[in-house]
Design a protein around this ligand. Structure first.
Ligand code: COD
Ligand code: ZN
Ligand code: ZN
Length: 376
């Protein structure tokens, strides 16, 4: 019997309050409104941004359904949806691509004006939610809320993908892989033969390493306070790794020493801390170095620094979703994955049933996993 047009009751992991475990409960998911899509989620990766909401570093309203790195199948579509139909495999996106606004039409733009970044209401564009628990409204993280068996997203925030794609792998294209890989290729535009430093070797940082390698960098220096991350980083392309805790001097000075006093050509901050954002800036060449902030800054954080650090010529920039135009690029990245242009397997260290979401977060917090994918 078709569920289209009806409320669906299903399991979801609700975060009721800061720093507390999720509880898996039965929620109600409303049908998609016009230009929305209801998706049966089949796999969802756990990303550190989800944990940043739980810890309070990124402020969002509770109770909330987190999760933004997923893949699933369209269950039903709202009025006016033309880009997909029930049964299509899809990847939800935390950044929209309407295709009509100025950033969408700009050659390099990807911050569609319909985005909700910096406006963390936890609600859809119309100010309501499709999730309820016993009638109480539940918020949805970045309008994706994928830690639920069903979710509703705007048509602009979902990409149709290859029908043969393995969902438990390509879910990483919804955030971690694309964010890191694109930071190197699109935002930094790493050049062959260059030297790169990647601060933070989690799932996103390792994807930056993969992007630097794909762009032909000849030296890729991984930086992490957890030395257990080094072996995987080297497997994916890091030529050497350093642990800031092994040195008395600041890590930016260590990187200058390692590069004959030149600094690296490109540095990437993939941790989400203001101190490492400043250290990454000061690690790149003072004249032509480029530093890219990939990690989301904690809500309301600020950095004070001497303008001299950029006056001499450095470029300091950031990017969301690796600078990719989300909807068209996610489709294309899945195609590239299917054609063997890159691998996702080394990033997926754990796969757990959805019910074990609290275990998955513990693995992330303790640095034991790169990516833990929940399967539903
Ligand atoms: N110095 C060096 N390394 C550090 C330090 C430090 N001071 N502190 C932590 N680390 C290392 C950790 O040991 C770990 O290996 C790594 O940094 C972080 O890795 P993970 O696996 O915990 O995190 P990721 O890779 O899943 O994600 C990290 C991001 C910061 C990239 C992520 O949280 C984020 O901000 N993503 C981008 C923002 C975004 O677009 N979010 C989606 C929508 S809001
Ligand atoms: Zn993420
Ligand atoms: Zn747009």
């Amino acid at each position: 019997m078709s569920t289209a047009g009806k409320v669906i009751k299903c399991k979801a992991a609700i975060a009721w309050e800061l720093k507390k475990p999720f509880s898996i409960v039965e929620i109600e998911v409303a049908p998609p409104k016009a230009h929305e899509v209801r998706i049966k989620i089949l796999a969802s990766g756990v990303c550190h941004s989800d944990e940043h909401v739980l810890s309070g570093a990124l402020q969002f309203p509770f109770p909330i359904i987190l999760g933004h790195e997923a893949a699933g199948v369209v269950e039903s579509v709202g009025e006016g949806v033309t880009s997909m139909k029930p049964g299509d495999k899809v990847v939800p996106l935390f950044l929209p691509q309407c295709g009509k606004c100025v950033p969408c039409k700009h050659r390099k733009g990807n911050l569609c004006i319909k985005n909700s970044i910096g406006k963390p209401t936890g609600l859809m564009a119309d100010g309501t939610s499709r999730f309820t628990y016993k009638g109480q409204q539940i918020h949805s993280f970045v309008r994706t809320g994928t830690f639920s068996e069903y979710t509703v997203v705007d048509e602009n925030q979902v990409a149709k993908i290859d029908a043969a794609a393995p969902l438990e792998k390509v879910c990483l294209i919804g955030c971690g892989f694309s964010t890191g890989y694109g930071a190197a290729l699109n935002s930094a535009e790493v050049k062959p033969g260059s030297t790169c430093a990647v601060f933070g070797l989690g799932g996103v940082g390792l994807s930056v390493v993969m992007g630097c390698k794909a762009a032909g960098a000849s030296r890729i220096i991984g930086v992490d306070i957890n030395k257990n991350k080094f072996a995987k980083a080297k497997e994916l392309g890091a030529t050497e790794c350093v642990n800031p805790l092994d040195f008395k001097k600041p890590i930016n000075e260590v990187l200058f020493d390692l590069t004959n006093g030149e600094g690296v050509d490109y540095s990437f901050e993939v941790i989400g801390l203001t101190d490492t954002m400043a250290a990454a800036l000061m690690s790149c060449n003072e004249n032509y170095g480029v530093c890219v902030i990939v990690g989301a800054p904690p809500t309301a954080s600020e950095i004070t620094f001497s303008p001299l650090h950029i006056f001499t010529g450095r470029t300091w920039k950031g990017c969301l979703y690796g600078g990719w135009k989300s909807k068209e690029s996610a489709t294309k990245l899945v195609k590239d994955f299917m054609e063997g242009k890159f691998t996702l397997d080394p990033l997926i260290t754990h796969t757990l049933p959805f019910d074990k979401i609290n275990e998955a977060f513990e693995l992330l917090r303790t640095g034991k996993c790169i990516r833990c994918v929940l399967v539903y």
